[in-house]
Structure formats: structure tokens, C-alpha cells
Design a protein around this ligand. Structure first.
Ligand code: DOR
Ligand code: ZN
Length: 443
């Protein structure tokens, strides 16, 4: 925490002067003065109040703090692989000021005792706003709706529900969940995977999996649920959010649904923007993820869809796993890869470098849209006087090399080991409190 920070309730508000930064990467560098958690002044040569902490931005890009709608923090239950503290540190170092923690913990976050505990622990850690996601069904079993209302009414004020890791595959139950969510004003996020089509599946169904002898996960397993849930949302007059869209066909269906005026939103992961199933040649389960890495044409369609707004936002699906759960036979390994500290550089690489998005576009897909989708009013805000100082400073020129063991996560399952990343998060600021700076968390 900065010396100038103070505690207001249980939330710290800080003061800091950020010199020489370019909001959204546009125009001449300006200074940004933050006092008591809000942007107080913005312009050339702002006077420094006595004793204030100063960050020299050196012309860095300034964006609103990043918001991740899809993070697995593993607490409670698998604190050997990630905790709310270690995941929050990874998030702050990755430029995030808010993350949504998925419900597939042990015990499952299907009641307000668990969701309120996650929320409180996130507050105590104080590196990033941790919003627990509630389960849609009891125990993620897809049989009985969880007490969504109790979770929404609890201290955590749960605003997003998902059985992620599993699909709510029963269409009637999904229909009821959407109706109930509409009444509560909350969002259902679907892991779109028709389970009957993916029994035993470990890799994208295509020529690569066929050659390698890996059981295939067909595109239709995702797409059939996407279209089904769009129709259910239409009929219920409800909203549905599609987690980790991974196929060209899903992009077409999202376009169609949006054209019909159906209230559907979607996210794409950094790994589906960067990687494809050609990575599987080595049988290294570090590349195993759910939904699986697809083909080149899916990757290209997803990048274009993100640029066009058909896919609304980027979400990491940060999924830490222990070494013994990844360094084993492909079919036995758990699906998932780390994402929080590599997401922004991958978006810079796959979207900014080829001209598909500028930095204002990055602010849209990594901060503004995710905040809007879940209705956060203090995140994804404009960089302007009077706005909450949730900010990320990025040096787009300085590259760094990924080393799993150096990431803040308690796990090291990154598929990007030894890869050079083209942009660096210089600092992250949460309500004026510097949470990460020069690769170190501050608390
Ligand atoms: O790859 C994945 N890992 N996909 C999911 O849906 C769940 C996640 C996990 O919890 O490990
Ligand atoms: Zn999922």
C-alpha cells in the first residue's frame, strides 16, 4: 500500500501522482493526480501535493483497470494450487482491478456462506476486487437450482452465476435459471458443452486429434448449446453470457443472435486467440484446456469477432493446476492453464500488433465491456476527473519472458513457458492504492 492510503470502511482509498502517461495510448503524455481513490486532476504538469507517492509513467499507456469475468481461484478446497491471495497477486500483476472467481471450488460456491467468505477474503487481501460467482445448480450437479437469491442478497451481492467447468445441460433447468436470474437482475454465464457429445473427449475433434489418437470434442457440442441458450434467453426475455467462445460457428451464431436482438454476450480467452491444436503434437498436457484449442480458422474468426464486438470481451479462464495434474498422460491431465499475468500481452500481440484493436479497443474488451456485462459501476470507467482511480499502466515497448515458476500463482501451468511477451504491466492502481508496481505486489 502507498503511504498516502487510508482505510474507508474495509476498502482502502489511496492517493498517488502518475506522471507522464498517455490515456488509451492517445495524444501527448499527461499527469494524473489521484486523491482519496478518485482522479482529481488530469493534464500537463500537475502540481505534486506534499508527500504524495509518485509513479513516473515515462510515456506508458494508461487504461482503466482490467476486469476478468472468468478466474478460478481454487479457494476453498485446493489452496495448494491457488489461494485468493496468490490469485489476487497474479491479477494485480496482470493489470486487473476486479476478478470474478468461479464457483467450482470444494465446497462448491452454491450457497451464501461460501460466496460471502470468498468475498470477505478478497477484501482482506485487498489487491483486487474479488467477486464470487455463484453456482447455478447445487453442487454443480445440474439437477436442482442453487439458492441464487440468497447468494445475491448476501454480503457478496453475487451478480453472476455459472456452473463453469460443467454445462447446465438440462434445457428446462437452464430455462428456469434464466427466468429466475431475470427476476433477480443477475447474469447466467454458460460453459457451453453438450456433455453427451464430449464423453471421453480430450482435444478438438479434427485432423490433429485423429492423427494423434486423441478423443475428439466437436464444435457442435459448443454450438448446439450456444444456439439453444440464445433461444431460451429470447423466450425468457433474459440475458445469457457465453463463457470461452472457441469456434468459428459460435461466432456466426452470436452474430445471428445479436442481429435478432437477443441479449447474449460472450467472452474469448487469450489462449483461444493465440494458440491452436497444432500445439498438441508433443502430447504435452500443458496445452489441454476446456474447451480445447481449436484450428487456425477458429482463431482467426475469434480475433475478428472480438474486433467487431460480436465477441464482447476477453476473459482469462485462469485455471491453476498442480504439477502432478498436468505432467501426466494427456487423457488423465486436468484441463486448464494460467492466464492472469499473460492476458494483456497476448491481446497486445494478437489484436493490437496486427491493427485489429487500438488501446481504446483494448480498454473496451478488457475493462469496459466486462464491467458493463456484470453491472459494475466503479470499474471500466472513463479516465476522467471525478472517476474512481482503477487504473493500469502498460509499457507496450518492453517485452519479458514467461517463466512459470516466477508467476505469482501457486501453480506453474503456463503454456507460454520461455515465450517472449510484447508488453509489460508497469503498475496497477485500485481506488488510488498502488497494488502492483514494477513486477511486485505491494501488500
Ligand atoms: O480448462 C478449463 N479449466 N476449463 C473449464 O471449464 C474449467 C477449468 C478448471 O476449473 O480447471
Ligand atoms: Zn469453462
Amino acid at each position: 500500500m502507498t503511504g498516502a492510503s487510508q482505510s474507508v470502511g474495509s476498502v482502502a482509498h489511496g492517493s498517488v501522482l502518475i506522471r507522464s502517461v498517455r490515456p488509451y495510448g492517445e495524444g501527448d503524455p499527461v499527469d494524473v493526480l489521484v486523491t482519496d481513490g478518485e482522479i482529481a486532476a488530469l493534464g500537463a504538469d500537475v502540481d505534486a501535493p506534499d508527500g504524495i507517492d509518485v509513479i513516473d509513467g515515462d510515456g506508458a499507456v494508461l487504461l482503466p483497470g482490467l476486469v476478468d469475468l472468468h478466474t478460478h481461484l481454487r479457494e476453498p478446497g485446493r489452496e495448494d494450487t491457488e489461494t485468493i491471495r496468490s490469485g489476487s497477486a497474479a491479477a494485480a500483476l496482470g493489470g486487473y482491478t476486479a476478478v470474478f472467481a468461479m464457483a467450482n471450488t470444494a465446497p462448491v460456491a452454491d450457497n451464501s456462506t461460501v460466496t460471502d467468505n470468498v468475498w470477505r477474503t478478497g477484501r482482506e487481501v485487498g489487491l483486487v476486487d474479488v467477486y464470487p460467482v455463484g453456482a447455478v445448480t447445487v453442487g454443480l450437479e445440474g439437477k436442482q437450482l442453487a439458492e441464487m437469491g440468497m447468494m445475491a442478497a448476501g454480503a457478496a451481492g453475487v451478480r453472476m452465476f455459472s456452473d463453469d467447468g460443467k454445462c447446465v445441460s438440462d434445457p428446462l433447468l437452464m430455462r428456469r435459471a434464466l427466468e429466475y436470474a431475470k427476476g433477480l437482475g443477475v447474469l447466467i454465464a454458460q460453459h457451453a458443452e453438450e456433455p453427451r457429445l464430449t464423453v471421453g473427449a480430450v482435444a478438438h475433434e479434427g485432423p490433429t486429434a485423429a492423427r494423434l489418437g486423441l478423443a475428439g470434442w466437436p464444435r457442435a457440442a459448443e454450438e448446439s448449446i450456444v444456439v439453444r441458450d440464445a433461444l431460451l434467453a429470447r423466450d425468457a426475455g433474459a440475458r445469457v453470457h457465453i463463457c470461452h467462445a472457441s469456434t468459428e460457428g459460435t461466432v456466426s451464431l452470436l452474430r445471428w443472435a445479436k442481429e435478432q436482438g437477443i441479449n447474449v454476450t460472450a467472452e474469448v480467452t487469450p489462449h483461444h486467440l493465440l494458440l491452436d491444436d497444432s500445439r498438441l503434437q508433443t502430447y504435452d498436457a500443458i496445452n489441454k484446456v476446456n474447451p480445447p484449442l481449436r484450428e487456425e480458422r477458429d482463431k482467426i474468426a475469434l480475433r475478428q469477432a472480438l474486433a467487431d464486438g460480436i465477441v464482447d470481451c476477453v476473459a482469462t479462464d485462469h485455471a491453476p493446476h498442480a504439477a502432478q495434474e498436468k505432467c501426466c498422460e494427456f487423457s488423465q491431465a486436468k484441463p486448464g492453464m494460467l492466464g492472469l499475468q499473460t492476458a494483456l500481452p497476448i491481446v497486445a500481440d494478437t489484436m493490437v500488433a496486427p491493427g485489429l484493436l487500438d488501446w481504446r479497443g483494448v480498454a473496451r474488451v478488457m475493462s469496459e465491456r466486462p464491467a458493463e456485462i456484470v453491472g459494475l459501476t466503479d470499474q471500466g470507467r472513463p479516465i476522467a476527473v471525478g472517476e474512481p482511480a482503477n487504473l493500469t499502466l502498460i509499457d507496450p515497448e518492453t517485452s519479458w519472458v514467461v517463466r512459470g515458476r516466477d508467476l505469482a500463482s501457486l501453480s506453474a501451468n503456463t503454456p507460454y513457458e520461455a515465450m517472449s511477451m510484447p508488453a509489460t504491466v508497469v503498475a496497477t492502481v485500485l481506488r488510488g492504492v498502488v497494488t502492483a508496481r514494477d513486477g511486485q505486489v505491494t501488500r
